[in-house]
Design a binder for this molecule. Structure first.
Ligand SMILES: Nc1nc2c(c(=O)[nH]1)N[C@H]1C(S)=C(S)[C@@H](COP(=O)(O)OP(=O)(O)OC[C@H]3O[C@@H](n4cnc5c(=O)[nH]c(N)nc54)[C@H](O)[C@@H]3O)O[C@H]1N2
Ligand SMILES: Nc1nc2c(c(=O)[nH]1)N[C@H]1C(S)=C(S)[C@@H](COP(=O)(O)OP(=O)(O)OC[C@H]3O[C@@H](n4cnc5c(=O)[nH]c(N)nc54)[C@H](O)[C@@H]3O)O[C@H]1N2
Ligand code: SF4
Ligand SMILES: [Mo]
Length: 867
């Protein structure tokens, strides 16, 4: 089969992928050595793309009120309901909520339909939860949402500062490029994070900052920059005000020692080439935009911007978060970085689109949009490529709001998601590998995603669905494209118009692109026009502000919302290494599901002791917004009072693991981005009377107070718990597995243990292990016996010749923590490379190398203690 060059659909690094279909629906993937973002590397999620690209769980046909329908019926209904709602209540009574995982062409069509034809700007994207503070900070400082630098700046820098970014897990290939540069030239790495993450593995300095105090820290740095009289260009606006605010900042709020601050200032100022990378620890805050500007201030004031090896660098989360910003996916922007508040910009876009009803003002931002849905001001909602019932702050409230909306359309690739449950009309979209289009990565590089696979059933491309609705609403001539290349060409032409109005975003070189050229399009950096060609911005000291000067912003640090006596813990949230958001795709891969198979709460040992929570117990986390039940992971990687929980679990995988049920709706006043990293919560032991672990080669329908499900190569596993044991365990197990058979049962009443196994022809079909406390059995041993072993599973212990791998570390070769620890001890291994030679662990994608290094460090510490 032919190998096709495409782009990874996960993070904003935007790695090139070589995809080879096997003809039977399967897909082999490898890193594209020719792609400038990754030069052949892939992380574990990219490497597992073949496992997640199938048709399992996919939505195959449109559904109206749960019954299958034809496309014509579904599209006519949508067009009619939107037209009727607009006619009766005006254009602002409808809304689109879209996604940074859409392709640029999808985004362009959605934006044109809403802002130019429906005549409202009520289109916002999940980038509001992700990049909005970076966008707002850039616009305040530079006059445009421009990322000045390139990935290679991380390799050319002498010092790289990572603020609120777990790069090792969230941008793994960029992290690996940084690690390689550090090994080659001794780059110093500073990590600023209240948590000790895997990224700290390569940190020369880890500042375990008090949550929310980043603006104060960078203000202190700015004051120090000016005190040490570093280059401080006169040609910046507002410099005196910014310095005055900086000098008034107290170091105490950062929670850092004087010596740590000194070390940070020294490292920063002794290198000319400093890159400051930031991500959600900065953006997702109720002072996110100020945090961004506090960082930008330091780079502006010291002139460290837009030249090789230096500059501020906001890394984007989603594969096309950047493309969405460019194309105007946010409710307060127009296409091509033009501004909705600017009448000239509006007029230029109106003319270009020949728009009958151009939106005149900004639309509702994500959190406000769902408030308007709740209040009935929005009566028709179309959610595309995102899962807000899980991922928005106050998620229970958002779910209720969607449930109460008059007309809800959801376009997704999957048949079942938490948001899909509320769809009046469900539309099957083509997914990654099935559609053609473009995405822009964190360094402004536009790459093609290409179709490699056949879509399931009647699935259609998102842009085609949107254009079809536009046509049925009466605007056929403006939504008549036949090929995504035509959409891209129109967009490129519009960028030429925008450039004429001073916009930085200009890809007008592609305004005449043909289908063949589009098919052959190589990854390129924007701008790309007759006169401009990629590269960095602002190295010449000229910015996009009206005066042409960079703008300092006076930042007065604000502490985050205080915790209270009732809710004394500040819950931090984020990501794990091997899962992507609500897991609709990574959850299909057994390999990716083994690293962390359950929602958890990382809790400091003193907090755990005080709360009476043992490792592996279940904790109930509550506040006024909602509650969650999470597995306790006792760890000093988090600070006392500041537990951490990942965001990935949903009603489909672990209904009590939805952490956004706890996150309040507070937003940053400038960007409207919700403060997703900070929820005041109470924690107490979850009063479970029984705990269970189950495996099944067939189905699994848990019905108990706590459950978390994960896929296995040959079935599914689940952790279970309940407040009250069922009357009969055999009946419970039969219902759980959908089996009628008679199980083998071992009942140890003294210890409160029950073990049940269902065998068929001597082979294990399903098993349930119940105990009064957390089930202490080797999960990997039991899952390995599924379909293979028999009654010996009831012993629960690994037999001879079956080593217990423990928790998975290296997903590529399936190597667990126990094997690595054993090899380190018995063979006295001291380096990640040595572990790789001994076990192969960490030698493929490299995503687990930080964890191997941590195990080595722990091993060395043990040996030293023993000596
Ligand atoms: N494996 C994986 N990778 C992903 C994703 C995924 O789902 N899984 N999603 C992608 C997306 S869309 C995004 S946006 C990115 C996100 O990438 P990151 O932003 O790197 O990831 P997060 O885990 O959300 O948060 C980063 C860190 O912010 C820290 N933090 C919390 N509060 C503060 C604070 O007040 N100050 C500072 N300095 N730090 C704080 C947290 O402890 C956390 O370690 O990842 C992308 N990559
Ligand atoms: N507490 C907390 N909450 C957070 C965050 C956090 O750090 N903490 N991070 C926030 C951030 S940065 C982000 S980006 C969001 C992410 O949150 P979401 O965007 O809500 O999460 P995803 O799981 O990525 O949802 C994407 C959906 O689109 C579907 N899909 C995939 N491909 C396609 C396609 O081609 N077309 C269509 N139509 N559908 C498709 C998937 O099946 C899935 O249902 O979460 C935010 N929420
Ligand atoms: S770093 Fe991993 S998830 Fe991100 S684009 Fe590359 S392969 Fe995909
Ligand atoms: Mo994101």
């Amino acid at each position: 089969m032919q190998t096709i060059r495409t782009t990874c659909p996960y993070c904003g690094v935007g790695c090139g992928v070589l995809a080879t279909p096997d003809g039977g629906g399967g897909l082999a993937v490898a890193g594209d050595p020719a792609h400038p973002a990754n030069r052949g590397r892939l992380c574990v999620k990219g490497a597992a793309l073949g496992e997640t690209a199938g048709h399992r769980g996919r939505l195959r046909a449109p559904r109206i009120h749960g019954r299958e329908a034809g496309w014509d019926e579904a599209l006519d209904l949508i067009a009619r309901r939107f037209c009727e709602t607009i006619a009766a209540h005006g254009p602002d009574s409808v809304a689109f909520y879209v996604s940074g995982q859409l392709l640029t062409e999808d985004y362009y069509v959605a934006n044109k339909l809403m802002k130019g034809y429906i005549g409202s700007a009520n289109i916002d994207t999940n980038s509001r939860l992700c990049m909005a503070s970076a966008v707002a900070g850039h616009r305040r400082a530079f006059g445009s949402d421009t990322v000045p630098g390139l990935y290679e700046d991380l390799e050319l820098a002498d010092t790289v500062v990572l603020v609120g970014s777990n790069l090792a897990w969230c941008h793994p290939v960029l992290y690996q490029r940084l690690v390689a540069a550090r090994e080659a030239r001794g780059t110093r790495v500073i990590v600023i994070d209240p948590r000790r993450t895997a990224t700290c593995d390569v940190a020369d300095l880890h500042l375990q900052i008090a949550p929310g105090s980043d603006a104060a820290l960078f203000n202190l740095l700015l004051a120090e920059i000016s005190r040490r009289s570093e280059v401080c260009p006169d040609d910046l606006e507002n410099i005196q005000e910014a310095l005055a605010a900086a000098r008034a900042t107290s170091p105490a709020v950062t929670g850092l020692a004087h010596s740590q601050l000194r070390q940070f200032f020294d490292l920063w100022m002794h290198s000319d080439k400093v890159v400051t990378v930031w991500s959600q620890g900065v953006n997702q805050s109720d002072s996110g935009t100020d945090k961004v500007n506090a960082i930008l201030n330091c780079h502006l004031a010291s002139g460290r911007i837009g030249r090789p090896g230096m500059g501020p660098f906001s890394v984007t989360g989603q594969p096309n978060a950047m493309g969405g910003r460019e194309v105007g996916g946010l409710a307060n922007m127009l296409a091509c970085h033009l501004e909705i508040g600017n009448p000239d910009h509006r007029e230029a876009v109106r003319t270009f689109w020949n728009a009958p009803r151009m939106a005149q003002r900004s639309g509702l931002k994500a959190v406000d949009m769902f408030r308007a849905v709740e209040e009935g001001r929005i009566k028709a909602l179309w959610v595309i490529c995102t899962n807000p019932a899980v991922t928005l702050s106050e998620a229970d409230r958002v779910a209720r709001a969607i449930a109460g909306c008059d007309f809800v359309v959801v376009s997704d690739i999957m048949a079942q998601t938490d948001t899909m449950r509320f769809a009046h009309v469900a539309l099957p979209a083509t997914g990654w590998g099935e559609k053609d289009g473009t995405v822009t990565n964190s360094e402004r590089r536009i790459s093609r995603q290409r179709r490699v696979l056949t879509p399931p059933g009647q699935a259609r491309d998102d842009w085609r669905i949107l254009a079809e609705v536009g046509r049925r609403m009466g605007w056929g001539a403006s939504f008549g494209w036949q090929h995504p290349a035509q959409v891209f060409a129109e967009y490129a032409a519009l960028s030429g118009v925008a450039a004429g109005l001073g916009s930085d975003f200009d890809i007008s070189a592609h305004a005449e692109i043909s289908v063949a050229q589009y098919d052959a399009l190589e990854p390129f950096l924007w701008p790309q026009s007759a006169t401009k060609q990629g590269g960095r911005f602002f190295g010449d000291g000229r910015f996009h502000t009206p005066s042409g000067r960079g703008r300092m912003v006076a930042v007065t640090p604000r502490p985050p919302q205080p915790v209270s006596e009732a809710y004394p813990f500040r819950l931090n949230t984020g990501r794990v290494r091997d899962h992507w958001h609500t897991m609709t795709r990574t959850g299909l891969s057994p390999r990716l599901s083994r690293h962390l198979a359950e929602p958890y709460l990382e809790l400091h040992p003193t907090d755990a002791a005080q709360l009476g929570l043992q490792p592996a117990a279940l904790a109930e986390v509550t506040n006024a917004h909602g509650s969650a039940v999470l597995r306790v992971l006792v760890s000093d990687r988090v600070a006392p009072g500041h537990p951490f929980a990942p965001m990935h679990w949903t009603g489909e995988t672990a209904p009590t693991g939805r952490v956004d049920a706890l996150v309040p709706g507070a937003t940053d006043p400038v960007s409207g981005q919700p403060a997703l990293k900070s929820a005041a919560v109470a924690i107490r032991p979850f009063a479970a009377r029984w705990f269970g672990f189950a495996v099944s080669a067939g189905e699994m329908r848990p019905d108990c107070d706590y459950w978390a499900r994960a896929i296995l190569p040959n079935g599914v596993q689940a952790e279970l718990a309940g407040r009250k044991p069922p009357a009969d365990w055999t009946d419970h197990a039969r219902a759980l597995f959908g089996l009628e058979d008679e199980p083998l049962v071992v009942h140890d009443r003294a210890r409160g243990q029950v073990r049940l196994a269902f065998l068929r022809d001597g082979r294990l079909q399903a098993a349930l292990f119940v105990a009064a406390g957390p089930v202490a059995l080797s999960r990997s041993h039991i899952t390995a016996l599924l379909c293979e072993g028999g009654a010996e599973v009831l012993a629960g212990r690994p037999g001879a010749g079956r080593p217990d791998e423990g928790a998975l570390v290296c997903a590529c070769f399936g190597i667990g923590v126990n094997s690595i620890v054993k090899a380190i001890a018995s063979r006295r291994l001291t380096s990640v490379e040595a572990v790789g030679q001994a076990l192969r662990a960490g030698t493929n994608c490299g995503s687990c190398r930080p964890e191997i290094r941590a195990l080595l460090d722990a091993g060395v510490a043990c040996r030293e203690a023993a000596q």
